[in-house]
Design a protein around this ligand. Structure first.
Ligand code: CMP
Length: 583
């Protein structure tokens, strides 16, 4: 199948099955996976090009990780570090060991066991966010702990993705080891030195990449975004956001050898520093959604459902490990860290599934020759079933909480209460800080309208744009801000102080809240009067190009400004004739 056909069929089937899944009160994601299975090579009927689908999926992963980065809040993570960091690491280690234990029973090799263990140890961000959103838990302390926990897991997995090729050499599953972006040695390790060198090289590259991303990124990217936002073209803005995400992901993979996922994640983090980040997020979300659908469809395509018939017991074991094993580990870790039962249950239910990262790890495992196709199919089966069962897990957690509330009320009420209170306080502070930042922006807009009532003509979006377009300017008493007879290059809004418009027949004072310099811009002619600062003045200046662009898109505002200009002109004519008569 060609590219267009693959995309078309994937979208149509995903939409149809996604809707069916929703009717069955399952996450739509399950529908996308089923759509993928339907058009995969293992089921009768049409078969799409899975190689092409895999490439489309890669774009999905890039956008997904970009979104994670965009929403990544360092301060949130710092607030929940006490439980999220030890929790995530503890869970990864325990779950990986458990997975390796299970595969040892099945007689798999150590490398295969490691890949298997790692891939079941990390939950899906997409599934988690959707589950929390549905239950209105995203902003609750428990929800934020779960999200922070998963981000730590994601970061750990990014590291694992880098280290896995190196480990593949050590574990040396022989000839099958192929070179990967992160290392240039195609042959299995010839000795410890080689491996150490590769690890050192990787760490140096990673550090160089991180340093560049952290130092240069926040200086360049927000600057570019503001520059583009000032053009007022939404399409260009969206394109820039997308170009940054995909470009950084690709560039960092090509130059530094880090994964696409990590590059995209950093692009998101860098962009989240800009005050335009919420617009970037809103603009890229539809694309992110569409491509993540393709990601799940392509995962479904890779899945061979025969595994369900051939190895039902193994599938059952994996599903139990993911849903029950991982949840119990999470609950145990949270309780051991002395946090309350309700948090343990929420986190446990949230993490009792696997998704995108597991597919990525498993895919890498296959390309490194560590994991067999059969292992891959088992992981996919585990993912599809655990995602489907996830709502059930939340339901069970709720029931368990209610039951424990009755049987062990003191334990539920007191265990971890003080730690939760401290955590909630810290989260409140972070929230307040974020809200303050947002309200400052809101305040600026309100101030703009209350100072210059003519801006009540335009909407929120336009006000935001104006804030970007305005350049601050100031003048001292006696300064000539505008000279008669010059070409008009900008319009001025007075935010403080008083100016005097010097006309031939006398002068007119203009105070804060007024504007001037509009006539020459509207007519395209020359300045009609001198404008001189009477005291210390502050202005918001709108350059001619921006003026033309903005007025063209807001005709009502243009009318108000033109009316004022016409009125002034008439007034000047009257004055001149009056002045002339009195002379
Ligand atoms: P412009 O001609 O670009 O530069 C001089 C500015 O003085 C002019 O735009 C108006 O904004 C302002 N101006 C001219 N006449 C009057 C008036 N009668 N009252 C207030 N402002 C005026």
């Amino acid at each position: 199948m060609a590219l267009v056909t693959t995309v078309a069929v994937s979208f149509v089937l995903a939409a149809a099955f996604g809707y069916c899944a929703d009717r069955l009160r399952l996450p739509p994601l399950v529908g996308y996976l089923v759509a993928g299975i339907m058009i995969g090579p293992f089921t009768p009927g049409i078969a799409a090009d899975s190689a092409m689908a895999a490439q489309l999926a890669e774009i999905g992963v890039i956008l997904l990780m970009f979104g994670v980065g965009l929403h990544f809040s360092a301060s949130d993570l710092i607030a929940v570090r006490g439980v999220a960091i030890p929790g995530a690491i503890g869970q990864i280690v325990l779950a990986t060991l458990l997975g390796m234990g299970l595969t040892t029973l099945w007689g798999w090799s150590l490398g295969a066991g490691l890949v298997f263990g790692l891939s079941i140890s990390v939950a899906s961000t997409v599934v988690l966010l959707k589950a929390l959103e549905e239950r209105n838990l995203v902003n609750s302390p428990n929800g934020r702990v779960a999200i922070g926990w998963l981000i730590v897991e994601d970061l750990a997995m990014v590291l694992a993705l880098v280290l896995l090729p190196i480990l593949a050499q050590v574990l040396g599953d022989g000839e099958a080891v192929v070179s990967h972006a992160a290392n240039s040695h195609a042959t299995p390790a010839s000795g410890g030195m080689d491996v150490m060198l590769t690890i050192a090289m990787t760490v140096v590259k990673l550090a160089a990449f991180a340093a560049l991303a952290i130092i240069l990124g926040p200086r360049i990217v927000p600057w570019i975004l503001t520059l583009v936002a000032r053009t007022g073209s939404r399409e260009l803005f969206t394109l820039t956001v997308l170009a940054t995400a995909v470009g950084l992901a690709f560039g960092s993979a090509a130059i530094f050898g880090v994964s696409f996922a990590l590059g995209a994640f950093f692009a998101g983090v860098i962009m989240s520093e800009s005050h335009l980040s919420h617009r970037a997020a809103a603009d890229s979300l539809p694309l992110q959604n569409a491509f993540s659908v393709l990601f799940f469809v392509s995962v479904g395509m890779l899945f061979n459902p025969h595994i369900l018939i051939q190895q039902p017991l193994n599938v059952l074991a994996i599903v139990a490990l993911i849903t029950l094993g991982k949840s119990i580990i999470a609950i145990g870790v949270v309780l051991a860290l002395r946090y309350p039962m309700s948090m343990a249950l929420t986190v446990g239910a949230s993490l009792g599934q696997i998704g995108e990262f597991s597919f990525i790890v498993a895919g890498l495992g296959i390309s490194l020759g560590l994991l067999s196709q059969e292992g891959h199919d088992l992981i996919l089966a585990g993912a599809i079933l655990s995602i489907t069962l996830n709502p059930l897990l939340f339901w069970a957690a709720g029931k368990l909480k209610a039951m424990l509330g009755k049987t062990a009320p003191t334990f539920v009420a007191t265990h971890g209460a003080s730690k939760l209170a401290a955590l909630s306080r810290e989260l409140e502070i972070v929230k307040a800080r974020v809200e303050e930042k947002e309200s400052q922006q809101q305040l600026k807009k309100q101030q703009l309208v209350s100072m210059f009532p003519l801006f009540s003509q335009v909407d929120e979006h336009a006000l935001e744009e104006l804030l970007l377009l305005f350049r601050p300017d100031s003048a001292e008493p006696g300064d000539k801000v505008i000279r008669v007879g010059e070409r008009g290059d900008a319009m001025y809004f007075i935010s403080a102080g008083t100016v005097e418009v010097r006309l031939e027949a006398g002068s007119v004072p203009l105070e804060a809240g007024a504007f001037f310099g509009e006539m020459a811009l509207l007519s395209g002619g020359l300045r009609t009067a001198d404008v001189i600062a009477v005291d210390f003045c502050q202005f918001l200046k709108l350059d001619r190009r921006d003026f033309n662009m903005f007025m063209a898109r807001h005709p009502r505002l243009r009318t108000v400004v033109s009316d004022m200009a016409r009125e002034r002109k008439q007034m000047n004519v009257v004055r001149e004739t009056n002045g002339g008569a009195s002379e």
